[in-house]
Design a protein around this ligand. Structure first.
Ligand code: ADP
Ligand code: MG
Length: 313
């Protein structure tokens, strides 16, 4: 029976640069259309690390080279640009794969704003490095002129660090639901969504932050009443003692077991930890819901219960 599935695509589904992305999305489209062909309803989200970094760097160079003409581009605008660019490639690849298989289905990308809490403690301690490396002098100037927070990054120079607040709600959620209900394959919440917070009246203001795509996908999956949240990444399964001689791959995890393992530090912060946290939150959000973490190429087998790590109560 067809399920409603939210699929969060990781970095390996999109590659690290323009030509890589164009090639990667073809494989990604195949994996997704396999699920559509089996009768599942798919809503996609994706990461944007390399893409938003590239866009941010380009915008920064423009401002640096001609400060009279270009004013600094807010990070929220860079995220919006990355959603447009990635959505463009995904839409095209999905369209082609669907047509090649004689499936009549539209694909649409929703530029998605995600509301964050202005008082989220993450704003007090930015941790996520973004954009180009800077010298000490450049970094000091950015702090003075633009109020950036900068940090020395592993001996490679200075980088701007931004906050990674938790996603609260998806502004365009009703449009996403309507488009899915109309039978479209929807791409939404790219890069975790454009971070915004409410100010006066109905005005939403872009926040200098990046939202974790795994957390945003968890909110998306809950708000579209998905049956399953699939997080596609660069490993087939989640492991304990990852990378150690006693490494053990996990087939299933209950939220309680996951919590024990999280407490023991088995999942790396910034990579596997947010995925397991998102999976646990989704599995707990309503009876019958489950999450799956696996490789892009194994999505179909994972949905069939043959591989991946399934998180359910
Ligand atoms: P994505 O772009 O899909 O979000 P990440 O690099 O952020 O990918 O996270 C996936 C990576 O997490 C894997 O490639 C793996 O190297 C790493 N990882 C860290 N801890 C674990 C673990 N306990 N089990 C499996 N993978 C882990
Ligand atoms: Mg990641």
């Amino acid at each position: 029976m067809g399920k409603r599935i939210v699929i969060a695509l990781g970095g390996n589904a999109l590659g690290n640069n323009l030509p890589e992305q164009m090639t990667a999305v073809r494989q990604t489209a195949k994996a997704i259309v396999d699920l559509i062909q089996e009768g599942h309803e798919v809503i996609l989200s994706h990461g944007n690390g390399p893409q938003v970094g590239m866009i941010q760097k380009a915008m920064q160079e423009l401002t640096r080279s001609d400060p009279e003409k270009y004013i600094p581009c807010p990070l929220s605008v860079c995220v919006a640009m990355s959603q447009g660019y990635i959505g463009y490639d995904l839409q095209n690849a999905l369209r082609e794969e669907l047509l090649d298989r004689d499936i009549q289905k539209g694909v649409a990308t929703v530029l998605t704003q995600v509301e964050v809490d202005r008082s989220d403690p993450a704003f007090q301690s930015p941790t996520k490095p973004i954009g180009a490396f800077m010298t000490k002098e450049e970094a000091d100037r950015m702090v003075a002129e633009r109020g950036y927070t900068v940090m020395e990054d592993a001996g490679r120079g200075y980088r701007r660090v931004v906050a990674s607040p938790k996603p609260k709600s998806i502004v365009e959620i009703q449009s996403i639901r309507d488009m899915a209900a109309a039978g479209l394959v929807v791409v939404a919440c790219g890069g975790g969504g454009i971070p915004v917070y409410a100010t006066q009246g109905h005005h939403l203001k872009g926040a200098p932050a990046v939202i974790d795509k795994d957390f945003a996908s968890c909110v998306l999956a809950q708000q579209v009443q998905a049956d399953t949240l699939i997080i596609l990444t660069a490993v087939e399964k989640v492991a304990i003692n990852f990378g150690k001689p006693d490494q053990k791959w996990l087939d299933t995890l209950t939220p309680e077991e996951a919590e024990v393992y999280m407490g023991q530090g088995h999942f790396a912060p910034g990579s596997m930890l947010p995925k397991v946290q998102a999976a646990v939150e989704f599995a707990r959000s309503a009876p019958g819901r489950s999450a799956l973490i696996t490789l892009l190429e194994k999505a179909k087998d994972g949905v069939a219960g043959k591989t991946g790590t399934v998180i359910r109560q």
